[in-house]
Design a protein around this ligand. Sequence first.
Ligand code: HEC
Length: 262
Amino acid sequence: MDNGNKKRHSFGSGFRTFAAAALVICISSTSALASEGGAELEHTGNDVDNIQSLQRGARNFMNYCSGCHSAQYVRYNSVARDLELTEDQIANNLMFNADNTFETIVSSMRIEDARRWFGQQPPDMSLIARAKGTDYVYNFLKGFYIDPDSPTGVDNRVLEGTSMPHVLWQLQGYQHANFVETPVGDEGITKTEFAGFEYLTEGTMSAEDFDGFVRDTANFLEYIAEPERSTRRKVGVWVIIFLFVFLAIAIMLKKEYWKDVN
Ligand code: HEC
């Protein structure tokens, strides 16, 4: 009987070690994500369940981004289904570079031209919001500022030295970035910190409307990076229920087996 108690105890502590390890892994992976990239990011406040925002984002992406960026894992007909658009609406308003709605979003730019113009191929946008974070994309699109030393005439607050031009300049206008030197410790070492933007020229949109435009675009990129999100959430609930049922069965089985050992 004593022995049995010990065994039960070791099962409990093993489980506790496993739970603690799982917790540590979860915490360390989220903090790694949060600490990625130096610049402080403003929150997007986007909502991937807002279909109207996604429709506007799709329009923005196709009009302002797809000339350079592909989204090679995204099919037009899936976008139509998820964004509650008819295939005709998609074909007439969003498909500039495809004949059939089952095609994926490819960019019209040739790779050689992209290399010559930008030194590299603009990255595919299918997974960018997952790779870098939606807040990052939002801040990147809002973060272009005048830099006369850069070949494109602009630099970016969150991706220093970027080769992407300020493609939304007509909407946003041009801004100047202020930086301040703040001391680190006592040894006269300083670090450069971003201290806000100032408008140099106004764009066709107000700052508020431009934020909305960029939020919708980032929202669309978040949706395409994980189009099955809502289905997966529903499946996830069933998986967890199954795991609990299975756990109960496993505990009952364990009791049954150990009964004979004792
Ligand atoms: C004129 C071509 C061009 C257009 C149009 C364009 N981009 Fe880019 N984009 C680039 C290039 C080139 C890069 C690679 C920049 C780099 O790594 O420095 C890039 C990089 C990016 C990145 C990745 C940044 C990173 O951290 O790696 C994002 C996100 C992005 N673009 C979003 C957009 C969105 C959204 C639009 C539409 C509003 C857009 N781009 C329009 C050329 C373009």
